[in-house]
Write a protein that binds this ligand. Structure first.
Ligand code: ATP
Length: 238
């Protein structure tokens, strides 16, 4: 076996840290990117997959740019970082992004692809979205499928996040696991850990970006330069 082959074999067996970060990304903005970069600094991911959510037909009336635009902007933003990957996991078989997808199924898909090799899966989510998690399909199962990293958003206290976790999912703290990553722990569950990324406090939201663009105001500094250019060229959110 050549040295190069040996390296490749060794690399294959090294368990990788894979993060998934889903959202409407309408559009992806600097708040998302600072969360992703901060999480990457703490947890040192091998890959961080940004997953634009599909827009199911029954929500077509809800204001949301078509999937191809949201995916294109995610792909442009991902060019800034070697580990950031734009994901088509919720694009559907026809790539239209109009089929209904639930996070629990998306995480199962990633587990099938990566977990078998012993890779470590993390789900990145903003604190506001985490507070809504009890509304999600099979959320108790979802919370046990991988570790979670909650990015704090201004005005949300860590205690509020513990309150949405059913008490029977909670386990005794595991000091060894806790020491593995230098991040505050919100809760130890039987099969997973919920971490808090408390240092990011960007108050940019996609709503702000759309509002500014709609009013014809500059969105410079709210989204990456390539995304800004795309929004202007395509005339989005006018
Ligand atoms: P909108 O304003 O349209 O509701 P948003 O800015 O919250 O959108 P989404 O695409 O819905 O963006 O968010 C995807 C994920 O990123 C969610 O988990 C959300 O909580 C999180 N998120 C978005 N902006 C921030 C931010 N500034 N800080 C921390 N988390 C964020």
């Amino acid at each position: 076996m050549s040295i190069a082959q040996a390296h490749r074999t060794a690399a294959k067996h090294h368990p990788r840290r894979i993060a998934i970060f889903g959202g409407s990304f309408d559009p992806i903005h600097n708040g998302h990117l600072s969360v992703a970069r901060a999480a990457d600094r703490r947890f040192n991911f091998d890959e961080l997959h940004f997953i634009p959510a599909s827009r199911p037909p029954h929500k077509l009336k809800q204001h949301l740019a078509p999937f191809p635009h949201r995916f294109a902007m995610v792909a442009l933003a991902c060019t800034e970082h070697p580990h950031f990957v734009p994901s088509l996991a919720e694009a559907g078989e026809d790539f239209s992004g109009t089929q209904l997808h639930y996070s629990v199924d998306t995480v199962r898909y990633f587990r099938n692809v990566y977990h078998g090799h012993g890779d470590h899966l993390f789900f990145i989510i903003g604190a506001d979205a985490f507070l809504d998690i009890p509304m999600w399909k099979e959320y108790e199962t979802l919370l046990g499928l991988c570790d979670f990293i909650i990015a704090n958003r201004p005005g949300i206290r860590p205690e509020a996040m513990r309150l949405v976790i059913p008490p029977d999912l909670m386990a005794r703290p595991d000091a060894k696991k806790e020491a593995e990553y230098p991040s505050q722990v919100v809760a130890h569950l039987h099969k997973s850990i919920i971490y808090l990324l408390e240092s990011v406090s960007s108050d940019v939201s996609a709503t702000d970006v759309r509002r500014q663009a709609h009013r014809g105001q500059s969105i410079h500094g709210l989204v990456s330069a390539r995304v800004e250019e795309y929004i202007l060229k395509q005339g989005l959110y006018r």
